[in-house]
Ligand binder design. Structure first.
Ligand code: HEC
Ligand code: HEC
Length: 374
């Protein structure tokens, strides 16, 4: 902890290196001079306007949000047939025990992939302990879930079906019995996985859902900015971006998804009160206590309430808390306003109804297992 304070003291800013440099470990110390914005508020006269941080060059600012080499290299193998099947399964209530919950219940695609609740309602209204993260841009994350316990979207997708607090299917067998009882699904799996001896499988269902999820991207004015149009952001948004980068937010929120590239301790500089052990639950490694996979900030304006437990109801509060607990900085009101303005520029356009609207689902047959409310 002391060491953290020290390196923060010498400036967390200018992580000139690309996002890959902090994809696995905590941010490395930098020898750059301390940004003025990072000075604790107590030492500044209450009424004096804080000195703005020095303006970073455009080339430097955009460098924080480049894809890493490995991300850029991921080839797209998802066929339209798999994506179409994945879309059906994403909206499929019959993959839940009582036929009343689908992936879309907690990750509402029309609402930027979230349900707007602190924690979601699963089978029989059971509440989980964590906030449902958005599925938009999840494909770009180093790992899935707040604690990263699933390595890929494929690994993640079969989890909720059999999770007793979520969709509560009693077994893989039950999932397969359901899918096999609906001839149109059997056909859709065959078409999506040609040459596969057993096309209807939970693995292939997960593959299809993952293929669909990889389509769930949005583009915002910030992308225009990254592509070279500096005027795509307003003056205030650019000011916010500059504070975001120079105060050190980009140490953790970097890469094309403005996050998702690393695990970081919540309360790095100043302890944050939470019972959730985060990544520690997965690794049992003391160092991972209260570490969470850094969330994407794409569409963050729309994905509240915020934080792993959904406890933060205002975006400005989330920004203030980040300054305090992650950077040891008290951000001024105007700095918070500017950062929030910048964050809102990350709100993108959703894909069209051909992807996001609920598809027509094939009818059940006499052999389809019945809904079970128990
Ligand atoms: C009852 C609500 C609920 C349902 C149903 C549900 N999820 Fe989730 N989902 C969550 C919660 C809560 C988390 C975070 C849990 C954690 O991190 O421990 C999550 C996490 C995820 C993530 C990880 C995102 C990230 O940024 O780490 C993905 C992807 C995802 N869900 C996709 C799905 C898919 C696909 C389905 C359907 C097969 C589904 N979910 C069904 C609540 C739900
Ligand atoms: C040391 C790493 C680190 C730094 C620096 C950092 N963050 Fe975060 N940020 C995180 C982590 C980890 C979370 C997840 C917190 C949680 O789950 O409770 C997070 C969450 C957030 C959220 C909420 C997102 C959501 O979907 O719930 C916002 C907004 C945010 N950060 C903005 C910022 C801003 C603005 C800065 C700079 C003032 C900043 N962060 C600095 C690691 C960091």
């Amino acid at each position: 902890m002391k060491r953290n304070r020290l390196w923060l003291g010498v400036g967390l800013m200018s992580l000139g290196a690309l996002s890959t440099s902090c994809s696995k470990e905590a941010p490395a110390p930098q020898a750059a001079p301390a940004p003025t914005a990072a000075a604790p508020a107590e030492s500044a006269p209450a009424a004096a306007a804080p000195e703005p941080p020095p303006q970073m060059a455009y080339a430097k600012l955009v460098s924080f949000f480049r894809p890493s080499a490995s991300q850029a290299a991921v080839a797209k193998k998802d066929t339209p047939e798999r994506i179409a099947l994945g879309r059906m399964l994403f909206f499929e209530n019959r993959l839940s025990k009582n036929h009343d919950i689908s992936c879309n219940s907690c990750h509402d695609l029309a609402s930027f992939g979230v349900d707007g609740k602190a924690t979601s309602d699963g089978h029989k209204g059971q509440k989980g302990s964590r906030n449902s993260p958005t599925v938009f841009h999840a494909a770009g994350h180093v790992a899935q879930f707040w604690d990263g316990r699933a390595a890929t979207l494929e690994d993640q997708a079969s989890g909720p079906m059999m999770n007793p607090a979520e969709m509560a299917m009693p077994s893989e067998k039950h999932v397969l019995a359901t899918l096999n009882s609906i001839p149109q699904y059997v056909k859709a799996f065959k078409v999506a996985f040609p040459g596969d001896k057993k096309p209807v499988s939970v693995t292939n269902a997960a593959r299809s859902i993952a293929a669909f999820e990889r389509e769930l991207l949005t583009t915002s004015r910030f992308d225009k900015y990254l592509a070279g149009d500096e005027q795509a952001l307003s003056e205030q948004e650019r000011r916010g971006l500059n504070i975001f980068a120079s105060s050190g937010c980009t140490t953790c929120h970097n890469g094309p998804s403005v996050g998702g590239t690393s695990f970081q301790k919540l309360g790095l500089i100043e302890d944050y009160p939470t019972e959730d052990k985060g990544r520690y639950d997965v690794t049992q490694n003391e160092e991972d206590l209260h570490k969470f996979r850094v969330p994407t900030l794409r569409n963050v304006e729309k994905t509240g309430p915020w934080f792993h437990d959904g406890s933060v109801k205002e975006l400005a509060t989330a920004v203030r808390l980040m300054g305090k607990h992650q950077l040891g900085t008290t951000l001024s009101d105007s700095e918070v306003d500017d950062i929030v303005a910048f964050l809102k520029s990350l709100t993108g356009e959703l894909p069209g109804p051909e992807l996001l609207s609920p598809p027509e689902l094939p009818p059940s047959t006499a052999s389809t297992p019945k809904p079970d409310p128990t």
